[in-house]
Write a protein that binds this ligand. Structure first.
Ligand code: HEC
Ligand code: HEC
Length: 341
């Protein structure tokens, strides 16, 4: 930048900071005060992956076991293996080879239940999470030494430390070096760095991407009729009337709208909120519109009406202009209406 331009910019900045000395009205001047150092310290509790922020303390596996049974087992199971309120914390498929390599091999098996100890790469995460969030019904109620003890107990349940182990701020680095999935985390993916590669596997699609795609979804058998037949509980109108979950039907396959099917166009362009096929909503039903214009030379009229909106044909309620509907869709919808059923 030229020097004169810099000078201009600097003086403009000084000028504008003088003009807007305070962003707040005077009446707010006395509200609030700077946080004190003590307050900031109390608030600043995070523990980093390198254990920066970890307070001093210690706790044994045995102490942790007592605390666990008292405060945690009701939700997570005696051995951290329950999936009643959350996925299991311990057990799962961790092998001595995993601990040696730092990558949990079983995670690549899609059928396997993933536990916290299988997935988590940094021990600080477990310590920090328990410290700030658990027990769920009384977060931040644990003493620092209790958090050490509980962490030690979970590590022991996962065969990472022995029964007589005492976890402390002194030895926690050494335990980190035994975490089964310590090398399992990457930040070299498209989310953190634009040059990274996404950690998902898939093929690129440049054109005709939906050509042969059908999307289907299944409810597992056990969930099928768990809450009665969904179809009976949904309203009758609208594009998603609910599926049959009664025993006779147990597979749902949602038809994929192709780009020219009026149903999909009506849904995508926001018509379905006011119009349905049979029976009036805010606007007349498509059956009635079809009956009125069937086989008439009305395609252009309907295109214009949909685009510009208007009232008076069906009543006093106005249809708002729909300028976002593209020409192709306008034509397809109008032709469909004129063709009738
Ligand atoms: C009232 C039920 C309840 C109790 C009691 C409870 N937890 Fe939890 N715990 C949960 C729920 C629910 C989650 C998941 C919370 C979420 O994802 O927001 C969770 C998550 C966790 C996680 C994180 C697991 C992960 O993979 O993200 C840990 C570790 C944990 N609890 C440890 C404990 C410890 C230690 C105690 C006892 C001091 C405890 N919990 C008590 C319900 C409970
Ligand atoms: C906010 C509600 C609303 C939305 C959204 C809406 N309409 Fe309408 N539509 C109406 C009303 C009300 C009428 C009756 C207007 C009248 O009396 O002329 C109407 C009338 C029509 C008619 C009959 C026109 C005539 O003159 O006979 C067609 C065709 C129509 N709408 C198509 C569409 C399409 C296609 C969309 C989506 C792009 C759409 N509407 C979105 C409320 C709506």
């Amino acid at each position: 930048m030229y020097n004169w331009a810099k000078a201009l910019l600097v003086s403009l900045l000084i000028y504008s900071s003088l003009v807007q000395a305070s962003p707040y009205p005077d009446a707010w001047q006395d509200i609030g005060r700077p946080a004190t150092a003590d307050e900031l310290e109390a608030w600043d509790i995070d523990v980093r992956p390198d254990f920066t922020g970890l307070p001093e303390g210690a706790g044994s596996v045995a102490q942790g076991e007592g605390l666990w049974l008292d405060k945690c087992a009701s939700c997570h199971g005696d051995f951290g293996d329950s999936n009643e309120v959350f996925s299991p914390i311990v057990l799962g498929n961790i092998t001595p080879e995993d601990i040696a390599s730092g990558r949990v091999a079983a995670l690549t098996d899609s059928a396997v239940v993933r536990t916290t100890l299988m997935k988590v790469a940094t021990l600080s995460t477990i310590w920090d999470y328990i410290n700030r969030a658990m027990p769920w019904n009384a977060p931040k109620s644990l003493q620092t030494d209790e958090v050490y003890a509980l962490t030690a107990y979970l590590l022991n349940l996962g065969y990472i430390v022995d029964d007589d182990f005492v976890l402390s701020n002194d030895n926690i680095h050494a335990v980190q070096a035994m975490m089964p999935n310590r090398y399992g985390m990457t930040t070299d993916h498209g989310l953190w760095s634009a040059a990274g590669r996404p950690d998902v596997v898939g093929s690129r699609c440049i054109s005709d991407c939906n050509a042969d795609t059908t999307i289907t979804s299944f409810l597992p058998d056990y969930a099928m009729n768990a809450h009665g037949n969904l179809r009976d509980q949904m309203r009758d109108y609208g594009p998603f009337p609910g599926i049959q979950t009664a025993p006779e039907a147990n597979v749902i396959s949602a038809p994929v709208p192709t780009s020219t099917a009026p149903d999909a166009l009506l849904l995508a362009n926001g018509c379905s909120g006011c119009h349905q096929q049979a029976g009036p909503l805010l606007g007349p039903s498509f059956d009635d519109i079809m009956a009125k214009y069937k086989n008439q030379d009305a395609t252009d009229y309907l295109r214009t009406k949909i685009k510009n909106g208007g009232s008076g044909v069906w009543g006093t309620m106005a249809m708002p202009p729909m300028p976002h509907v593209d020409e192709e869709a306008l034509l397809a919808i109008s032709q469909w209406l004129v063709a009738g059923r």
